[in-house]
Design a protein around this ligand. Structure first.
Ligand SMILES: Nc1ncnc2c1ncn2[C@@H]1O[C@H](COP(=O)(O)OP(=O)(O)OP(=O)(O)O)[C@@H](O)[C@H]1O
Ligand SMILES: [Mg+2]
Length: 347
C-alpha cells in the first residue's frame, strides 16, 4: 500500500508557513485506510450472509451469479470510494494549503462545500484561523513599519540638523583658512573643502532618501517627481513619468506605500535590470489606483528568490488592501504593478 511522507513543522517561522523541511515519518492516507476497511467489511458481510443463509452456495456458484455478485460488490465499493473522496476532500485541501500558505498573499482559503461534517468544520475553523493570523500579521507589520518610518525620520533629521550643520561650519571655516593661508597650503585646504562639500551632499542625499520630505510637504505627485529625478541624476536611470493630474485624496499610509513601492521598484531596475530607462505610471482605473514601474531590461526571474525588497513591497501592499504583482513582460523587461482599491486608500 502506498505511503506518504509527513513533512516536519518548520524549525523556525519565516513568515510563510510553507516549505516542508525534513521528513519525519510515513503514513497511509486516511482515504485509503477507510476505503480498504469499508471494502473488507462489505465483502466480509456478503460472505457471512451467504454462509448463514445458504452455506452450500459458496461452493456451487454459477458463473453468471458470480459475475453479478462481483459486479454488485464492485459497484458498492466504487460508490463508497466516491462518497469517501468527497467527504475527505476538504481535509486534503487543508493539508495542501497549510503547507504552502503565505500570509503576505492573503485571501487563500480551503474550499468548503457539500455535506457538513467534522471535516468541513475543521476546514472552516482553519479558514477562520487564517483570517485571524492575517489580521494579526497586518497589525504587527503596521506597527513595525510605522516604527521604522519614525526611526528613519529621526535619523534623517539628525543627519540633516547635526551632521549637515557641522559639515557646513567646517566648509566655511576651511574657506576662511584657505583665504589666509600661503598659496601651497591654500590649494590643499581648498581640496579638503571640496571633499567636505561632497560629504555634505552625500549626507543631504541620504537624509532625503531616508525620509521623503516632499511627501510630507508637497504631496505624493511632487514626491514621485523628486524620486524619479534623483534616480536620473544619481543612478543614471532615465525615468519616464506619467502621473494622473487629479489623484484622489489618499490616506498618509496609502501615499507612503505607493512611494516606498515605487522607490524599491526603481532601485531594483537600477540594480538588477541592466536597463538605463524605466517608466513610472500612476493612474486611476476601475475604482482603484494603479502604480506601474516598467523596464525593458533582462526581465524578472520568478525563481530567483525573493529578497527583502520584494517582501517589503508585498507587506506594505497588504497593509492597505492592495495587490502587488511582479512579472516578466512579454516584450522583455519587468513590470511591478500595485493595484490599490480606493475604498481602503482614501483618507
Ligand atoms: N527590475 C528587475 N529586473 C531584473 N530582475 C529583478 C528586477 N527586480 C527584481 N529582480 C530580481 O528579483 C530579486 C529579488 O529582488 P529584491 O528587491 O527582493 O531583493 P534585492 O534587490 O536582491 O535585495 P534588497 O533586499 O536589497 O532589495 C533580485 O535579486 C533580482 O534577481
Ligand atoms: Mg531590491
Amino acid at each position: 500500500m502506498t505511503r506518504r511522507t509527513v513533512p516536519a513543522p518548520p524549525a523556525e517561522s519565516n513568515g510563510s508557513l510553507g516549505e516542508p523541511r525534513a521528513v519525519v515519518g510515513h503514513y497511509t492516507p486516511l482515504f485509503r485506510r477507510v476505503a480498504a476497511l469499508n471494502a473488507a467489511v462489505v465483502i466480509g458481510a456478503c460472505v457471512v450472509t451467504i454462509l448463514v443463509l445458504s452455506p452450500k452456495k459458496l461452493h456451487s456458484f454459477a458463473a453468471s451469479e458470480a459475475i453479478v455478485l462481483a459486479a454488485a460488490l464492485a459497484l458498492v465499493v466504487l460508490i463508497n470510494l466516491v462518497l469517501l473522496r468527497r467527504a475527505l476532500r476538504p481535509l486534503e485541501a487543508l493539508t495542501a494549503l497549510a503547507r504552502k500558505v503565505d500570509l503576505t498573499r492573503p485571501g487563500q482559503r480551503v474550499p468548503v462545500g457539500g455535506y457538513q461534517s467534522e471535516v468541513t468544520e475543521l476546514a472552516t475553523t482553519f479558514n477562520e484561523m487564517l483570517a485571524r493570523l492575517e489580521n494579526e500579521r497586518r497589525d504587527a507589520t503596521r506597527r513595525v513599519l510605522a516604527a521604522q518610518e519614525r526611526e528613519r525620520l529621526r535619523i534623517a533629521q539628525e543627519l540633516h540638523d547635526e551632521v549637515g550643520q557641522t559639515l557646513t561650519a567646517v566648509l566655511l571655516q576651511l574657506g576662511r583658512s584657505a583665504r589666509q593661508a600661503d598659496p601651497r597650503l591654500e590649494a590643499e585646504l581648498l581640496e579638503t573643502q571640496e571633499t567636505a562639500r561632497a560629504s555634505l551632499e552625500d549626507v543631504r542625499r541620504i537624509s532625503r532618501e531616508l525620509r521623503p520630505e516632499a511627501l510630507d510637504d508637497l504631496g505624493l505627485t511632487s514626491a514621485l517627481v523628486a524620486l524619479t529625478e534623483r534616480f536620473s541624476q544619481g543612478a543614471g536611470l532615465k525615468v519616464r513619468r506619467d502621473v494622473d493630474r487629479e489623484l484622489p485624496q489618499l490616506s498618509e499610509e496609502a501615499e507612503l506605500v505607493i512611494y516606498r513601492v515605487a522607490q524599491e521598484a526603481l532601485t531594483n531596475v537600477a540594480r538588477h535590470s541592466g536597463s538605463d530607462t524605466a517608466e513610472l505610471t500612476l493612474t486611476r482605473s476601475n475604482g482603484g489606483l494603479t502604480l506601474r514601474v516598467l523596464d525593458d531590461g533582462e526581465g524578472f526571474d520568478p525563481y530567483s528568490g525573493e529578497g527583502g525588497g520584494l517582501r517589503g513591497m508585498r507587506e506594505r501592499a497588504v497593509l492597505v488592501g492592495a495587490q502587488l504583482a511582479v512579472m516578466r513582460r512579454p516584450s522583455g523587461g519587468t513590470e511591478v504593478r500595485l493595484r490599490m482599491p480606493l475604498g481602503a486608500a482614501a483618507s
